[in-house]
Design a protein around this ligand. Structure first.
Ligand code: ZN
Length: 488
């Protein structure tokens, strides 16, 4: 056996504008595992852990799969949950010591009730435990709001380069290669962080087109410089009221500080010069109906205000009501509503009954109507293609499919699941091509899956805790000045 490498991570994207905290229950319903189970779950997944495992195995390293915990994005992580995760993580790490290196998987936008910079905090504890001589290298989701503590606690952090995130496995491979080369003393990573006076709108974070496409092309060109090991464009996550909220750049070089600084500054200058392009369009559904009419079907409507991957509750019926009111399209929508599932389960297929669903806290996002039950059952499905998030196993709990009197199909779920896979439909005999409109509760993440059937993708400005217009939220902790909140 070669050198011994610990692999560990706590991944959560925390929306501080969501009232409810994320609890242990949500981590248990998500992906929380240790040891062989971790290796088996991720070895072939399009997830950074898959890429890390692959490289470490190729290099003949001894892998210690310490722990990985991930919950669906939601409110900030509760005190007891974070304490429990830390206790479990460090008990497992203690029993693995000594190790020669460590690969870490933070998200970058984790916020706990206890420590607002949750990722910076647990990474600093890993560093404290291992000491300065053991290299600690990891991956980041580009939606991370990067703190100095995250960077000073690690030797190198590398972010995915795509949104939707379909290069997670490759990013895990890069992190593992950097670690292996550091252990072999071929390189000495040095990283430099620049926090920009800019917050990029979630609406402009699709890397498949301008303005992000051009920005990533520039980063790619700069990556070709001798001595540059990695460049990470951190788009940022606007829905966290934390000091480090906003966009940033991390440059990793082979021990060349000036090169890291000058490269970062070039990217900063580019992003600030193009700041107006990073503001969203904010289109309303009523204005989009003519476009839907003339577009090839099915059309994908992205419900930006109820973005599950951004921590939203997944239960807004805002677009369902608009579509029902317009009355000219057959549409599909998925809503998280355990009580409505229970009601449906008490009926048999073909029954017609009254149902209230949607977000009970806001009349504009709730729905009341007569529905016909089509199906009830268990909501487990698998995704094996490269899709945003890189997960293989999904569980919606018990589900029900109903059709409204207006001909719109609703999938009701008992667990919150983001719309990252079309298997969420096809595994239950819902054929995407049968609809004029598919509603997905996200902004960019669903595109990887839905673009396989939808030629037209429309981001809709809808209400909710992930509303596209970030200037509508009240922040107490963010850095200032920062565009578009302040003029720069
Ligand atoms: Zn992300």
């Amino acid at each position: 056996m070669g050198l011994k490498v610990a692999v560990l991570g706590i991944t959560h994207e925390s929306n501080t504008f969501v009232k409810e905290h994320t609890t242990l229950c949500q981590f248990r319903e998500g992906h929380w595992m240790k040891g062989e189970t971790l290796l088996n779950e991720y070895r072939s997944a399009f997830h950074e852990l898959g890429g890390m495992i692959e490289v470490l195995e190729e290099e003949g390293m001894e892998i210690v799969p310490v722990m990985y915990a991930e919950a669906t994005p939601g409110g900030m992580v509760s005190k007891v949950t974070y304490e429990t995760l830390l206790q479990e993580l460090f008990t497992a790490l203690d029993s693995a010591l000594p190790v020669d290196g460590c690969l870490v998987v933070p998200h970058g936008a984790g916020v706990s009730e206890l420590f607002r910079d949750m990722d910076g905090h647990w990474l600093s504890l890993v560093r404290e435990k291992l000491g300065d001589r053991i290299p600690v290298i990891g991956t980041l989701d580009p939606h991370g709001n990067v703190s100095n503590q995250m960077v000073t606690s690690t030797n190198a952090l590398v972010a995915y380069k795509t949104n939707p995130h379909i290069d997670q496995r490759e990013t895990g491979r890069l992190a593992a290669k950097l670690l292996v080369n550091t252990l072999k003393k071929k390189i000495k990573p040095l990283q430099h962080l620049i926090q920009l006076p800019l917050a990029i709108s979630i609406e402009q974070q699709f890397t498949g087109k301008a303005p992000c496409k051009n920005l990533y092309a520039l980063a790619d060109a700069l990556s070709q410089q001798q001595g540059v090991l990695s460049i990470s464009i951190m788009l940022g996550f606007p829905y966290a009221d934390v000091e480090e909220m906003g966009s940033s750049v991390i440059v990793v070089t082979d021990d060349e500080e000036q090169l890291a600084i000058s490269t970062g500054k070039m990217l900063e200058a580019y992003m600030m010069a193009h700041k107006q392009e990073f503001v969203g369009l904010k289109q309303d559904i009523q204005d989009l109906f003519p476009t839907i009419e003339k577009s090839e079907k099915p059309v994908l409507l992205l419900d930006m205000g109820d973005n599950v991957g951004g921590g939203a509750p997944a239960n807004s019926a805002y677009l369902l009501k608009a579509l029902e009111g317009y009355g000219r399209f057959r549409s599909f929508i998925c809503l998280y509503d355990p009580a409505a599932v229970q009601l449906a389960i008490s009926h048999t297929a073909g029954d017609i009954f009254d149902m209230v669903t949607g977000n009970p806290e806001d009349i504009t996002m709730s729905y009341t109507g007569r529905v016909k039950l089509l199906y009830t059952g268990d909501g487990k499905f698998k995704e094996t293609a490269p899709r945003h998030g890189g997960q293989v196993n999904f569980d919606m709990g018990k589900i029900a499919l109903v059709v409204t009197s207006g001909g719109n199909t609703i999938m009701l779920t008992s667990l919150r699941v983001p719309p990252f896979s079309l298997k969420q439909l096809t595994a239950f005999n819902v054929i995407p091509e049968d609809f004029d409109v598919l509603v997905a509760k996200g902004v960019n993440a669903p595109i990887a899956a839905y673009t396989t059937v939808c030629k037209t993708l429309l981001q809709v400005n809808t209400p909710g805790v992930t509303c596209a217009d970030m200037t509508r939220f009240n922040y107490n902790n963010r850095r200032k000045p920062i565009f578009p909140f302040e003029e720069i």
